[in-house]
Design a protein around this ligand. Sequence first.
Ligand code: NAP
Ligand code: MG
Length: 406
Amino acid sequence: MADKIKMELPIVEMDGDEMTRVIWKKIKDILLEPYINLKTEYYDLGLEKRNETEDQITIDAANAIKKYGVGVKCATITPNAQRVKEYNLKKMWKSPNGTIRAILDGTVFRAPIIVNCVKPLVKTWEKPITIARHAYGDIYKDVEFRVQGKGTAELVFTSENGEVSKQVIQDFIGSGVILGMHNIDKSIESFARACFNYALNVKQDLWFSTKDTISKIYDHTFKDIFQDIFENEYKEKFKDAGIEYFYTLIDDAVARVIKSKGGMIWACKNYDGDVMSDMISTAFGSLGMMTSVLVSPDGNFEYEAAHGTVQRHYYKHLKGEETSTNSVATIFAWTGALRKRGEIDKINELINFADKLDKAIINTIEEGTMTKDLAGIADLDNVNAVNTEEFLFEIKKRLDILLKQA
Ligand code: NAP
Ligand code: MG
């Protein structure tokens, strides 16, 4: 057996919960550690440890990503009332993803992993479509009010030196609803830079859409900030990379995306990104095939699968029943992090390994061996549906062949 690949700087490794925690360990044992002297700084973000450390571990992990630039995260439970009981929590801890995002100031990019035997529902799509979702503000941080009868609703802003600006929203003659929402330039600017940097990184065109014709100040501000930053900081770089930035109305973008071949990044405001990423992932196939990366404007990368902890499968696993959980997105999170580490530290073997592991996964599925979620939708005559662990060994077989070819 050849020498194991050596690493220089560590990857920040964030372990998680339930079925994905089970898979996490198996991926390391079967597909990573036999080939790499894996150097990670380990943070256990499993719910028990978060509870024990009063969530300090999540903050420490986020700061470690700032230090080392690259992290990989397992899916974690976001506690709700039922989880507080189940795990006997001191508190309903916040979503770790939200905490990490707030510290890194990032944008989330989600892209489907394409295999030729799972045909997208949209026939023209040949390449993946990546959604870049702004993760701050708008209706996710709004104030809402139920109007019960006649009266006047006003939008009032009081500046720090006491100047008041007032506009009438509506003179209500009966009951209705009002909402107030906001965004801030600094957040929109970092969203824009994260999108431009990501597009350069993957060498794909960047589309951005809002409804600026109707929302002449709010959405128009997003459009203007993107345009200014593009003109001043990215125009030349895009030209050199042979890619384009293009702005269009959200309704026009929807029509164009459906008719496109794919292969672009589609930047969306918070709500649009929430809705469109579910549309894109469903149209491409399965949640188990959707990767996610958080990119911060100062160049930190955090990779994860887009799905959750696959709780239902975990309860089966605990009862000793066989599971067939798709590990593809979680392995892609690891290869994304290893590749990025290799690029930053200039370790070609690491990049090469990540590429081959990705290829081994695609080969496994395209040759007909896959987990049940894919077996149900694959366009193949002979499908070999395997369990969680068998799937990893099937990938390993192909990985060994690919590594020998080098
Ligand atoms: P989920 O874990 O994504 O699972 C929803 C369903 O989708 C599963 O029951 C399963 O369907 C299918 N599925 C998802 N991933 C799959 C995979 N890899 N292989 C096969 N099937 C897969 O979402 P959830 O059940 O709503 O949430 C469970 C927990 O995850 C929650 O505690 C939530 O807080 C957490 N969560 C974490 C993150 C994150 O850390 N980024 C994201 C979302 C949710 P079948 O059961 O029909 O097979
Ligand atoms: Mg959603």
